[in-house]
Design a protein around this ligand. Structure first.
Ligand code: NCD
Length: 304
């Protein structure tokens, strides 16, 4: 997220809106995009790949890092990236190591899109989240956002919180079990950037005030043996709990969901998480188009 500023974010969200309204089936004609996933993925990989196909581009890559020369022949990530960079016009990378996308970008001249690096960041998801909030609310300034669940390991929360530092008077309320609270250095970074960060003790406390409730699952796969046994869904959004929320509140979730949102909520108009996942297609189309084309309409930006 640190590679973007408010103008960039607004430009991406605007371009995503343009592409949502007007399909551009030839925008990535003759462009090859490498999709390299070293970690499990459903939405991020398929929305990126569908985005490339819908824009007329071609995809190469893998969804299982275990089948690569890195896993089987001891090749370094840096060497692999150097080579892939000579085959494709852009590289989408998901990797379990924090900083992997940054490292990759230092070994190739083609644009690298971070599709999740360990527990660190997931900026294309954050942009999808911002797009979904903006679609409903019309602005990102003065947002009252509550984030709930595993705030320690949820990279989507880390990127979303960082992205909101560019907007005015954002109020962030955190609800997490003590062992899974927002990392202290991230909290300090947000507060230094002017965000007001608070902690809550129960879902009921946050529901009356939040405009957006961002739920996350417990990231069990990121627990090390040193960690205490992970709690199962310490906070659960039920129809009864949702009763206390305002009629325009948005419930977001990067998905996959576990027990933290009861399925009965899916039909409530405040449940936006499937629209949010659908919006990933437009946001990822916009990112690819801005990264690898010189399309005058999209590069002109809002107001041109
Ligand atoms: C998230 C991820 O991979 O970080 N999923 C996604 O990309 N939408 C969230 C998660 O795995 O819990």
């Amino acid at each position: 997220m640190a590679d973007l500023d408010r103008n960039d974010i607004e430009h991406v969200l605007w371009a995503a809106g343009v592409l949502k309204d007007t399909p551009r089936p030839e925008l990535l004609k003759n462009q090859v995009v490498a999709s390299c996933f070293f970690e499990a993925s459903t939405r991020t990989r398929l929305s990126f790949e569908a985005a490339v196909h819908r824009l007329g581009g071609a995809i190469v890559g893998f969804a299982d890092g275990n089948q690569t020369s890195m896993a089987n022949k001891g090749e370094s990530l840096a060497d692999s990236i150097k080579v892939i960079g000579s085959y494709a016009h852009a590289l989408i990378l998901r990797h379990p190591a924090a900083g992997a996308a940054r490292l990759a970008s230092e070994h190739t001249d083609i644009p690298v899109l971070n599709a999740g690096d360990g527990a660190n960041e997931h900026p294309t998801q954050a942009l999808t989240d911002l797009f979904t909030i903006h679609e409903h609310r019309g602005s990102l300034d003065e947002l009252r956002l509550a984030v709930c669940g595993d705030l320690r390991y949820s990279r989507t929360v880390h990127s979303l919180a960082r992205s909101l530092c560019f907007f005015r008077k954002v109020r962030l309320t955190c609800l997490a079990p003590p062992a899974l609270s927002l990392p202290a250095d991230l909290r300090a970074e947000l507060e230094n950037a002017g965000m007001s960060v608070h902690e809550a003790n129960s879902l009921e406390d946050v529901l009356t005030d939040a405009e957006v409730l961002y739920m996350t699952r417990i990231q069990r796969e990121r627990f090390t043996h040193k960690d205490a046994a992970p709690p199962t869904a310490p906070f659960q959004l039920t129809p009864a709990a949702l009763h206390t929320a305002g009629p325009r509140m948005q419930v977001l979730h990067p998905l996959p969901r576990q027990e933290e949102i009861r399925p009965e909520i899916d039909t409530d108009p405040r449940a936006w998480y499937f629209q949010q996942a659908a919006n990933g297609l437009w946001v990822r189309q916009a990112l690819l188009a801005l990264a690898i084309t010189r399309d005058p309409q999209l590069h002109g930006g809002p107001g041109h």
